[in-house]
Design a protein around this ligand. Sequence first.
Ligand code: SF4
Length: 283
Amino acid sequence: MKIKKAEHMGFCFGVKNAVDCATKALDEESKIYSYGEIIHNQDVVELLANKGLIVINDIVGTIDKIDAKVLIRSHGVSKKIIDTLHENNIEYIDATCPKVKNIHRIVNKYSSDEYEIIIIGDSSHPEVIGIIGWINGKYHTINNFEEIKTLSIDREKKYCLVCQTTFNNNIFKEIVEFLNENDYTNIVVNNTICDATIKRQESCINIAANSDVMLVVGGKNSSNTKKLYELCKEKCEKTFLIENYREIPYKYIDKNTKIGITAGASTPDWVIEEVIQYVRESE
Ligand code: SF4
């Protein structure tokens, strides 16, 4: 059995920082609140919950009940949430990834200058919801190539385009190509896809193309993990998204199987190592 790991996989800078911030804070405090799950990984979520991390999904509506520090995860939050925390003198630890913060700055600046904002990404994803919360004016969200064609872009108006950090880089390129071909010079394009995402996407494709079975380790509700799964599935029919070693698809694996492994940005090394160890032991 041959196991090949993607060159770039697992924890990215932003997620590692958020987990480190939570761990450090919980060494000093008996409880802290996290706005949404800090990471799309159940094993890590449970570990932190046992140390005192309480997940809340509404800050503005429950502000009167918040009696400890609040941790803002790497996805970031809207300006309204930050303002509410300040107004109510609630201490918070801001673990928003700097790359997401950069998008907040861009949309805030351009929308204040009367640009309409176009966000490429999933409008129900917390990162995109947070980005929308920094826009002062009109915005549009699109989530695939087809939607840019149906968006009625007024050539007399100014637009600023940004992208969810984990968006598929190939689709983003297609969208930009379409805008260039149609001469939309009134759109300022910002490629805000994170390089950690691009590196993970690029390095999984080769491995998947040369594997009999491809294992994508990560949370099933993790956006970047799902993107890796989609990309691998195009190259390797037997691609599986697994959260941990308990979901290894043994029936497709024998001693001659070439196995490729990649992992989403919110998958800790120990979860990846466990998967590799259990696959090896099945030989
Ligand atoms: S994927 Fe990129 S943008 Fe998202 S948290 Fe990680 S480093 Fe930050």
